[in-house]
Ligand binder design. Sequence first.
Ligand code: ASP
Ligand code: MG
Length: 315
Amino acid sequence: MRGLMLEGLDLRKPMSGHKLAILRIQAGVLKVMVNKLLERGFYWILPVILSKSTDPLWPDPDFSIEKRIEVEIYGEKVSAMQSMIVHKRVLVSLGPEKIFILSPNIRIERRDRAATGRHLYEFTQFEVEVAYAKMHDIFRIYEELITESIKYVKESLPHELEILGRELRIPQAPFKVYKRIELEEKYGSSWQDEISKIIKDPVWVTGIPRQFYDYEDPETGEWRNYDLILPEGYGEVISGAEREYEYEKLVMKLERDGLEKSSYKILLDLAREGLLKPSAGAGLGIERFIAYITGARHVAEVQPFPRIPGIVPDV
Ligand code: ASP
Ligand code: MG
């Protein structure tokens, strides 16, 4: 495939035992994560795909979107979902205060991102949002989901790991927390790749200037947001934050970022009425997490229908 010699991407051949093992592991991991959150009283919400409001993905230090998918339906302009951040903020404000969603995202990444092994133009996020939560509450939730699902795979799917030749260690929670600014001073702009190669267990990195909806402390200028970085060069697997909820601040940040306020009308209406609850949350890239667990070389190896930037398959 245009220089990408990857496992199981030929859709005219029966699936290999390798790929079937990956699919069984993925099912096990999703079962564990879903069950954990249901036990903890979370509402399981189904995703939406087309909406007047989606994640601008801008400004973001990792920005690499080549095209946004916008279509007209019933005389109205809608976008394909880039992340359900707006919907999560609205929902936790209106009733269900703890939610999760397995949410398909479309992000038409630049084609040179095919070679990173970490980018797809369609993928699924395991999204969580909790009203009144703080950063550390979200850290604890995902640490449990990650350690418990890795434990499950090691205990219940050893045959699958053997087929894949994958040795996995159960990470030690709580994971270490680093400040982005300190990593940048030490490793430069490629800090994410550098630390991903060094660490043994996943680490949290906080304070990353990006989208308007992440909370920025007006006194210190500190961003109360975070990424989770996986070891072995697998890199970022979770992004999330405490959220902005005040009307004036949201308006100021939307204007600062040059974004259309009309695309975030519902957030602004709720905030103006004092109905937008503070919350925190995050999204885990399911394919990236499964690629890490299974030791895949490219994240598309875990997809039944690979979505590699720049390569549009027949199905
Ligand atoms: N899902 C992320 C969040 O909850 C946003 C993203 O998709 O990067 O903040
Ligand atoms: Mg991210």
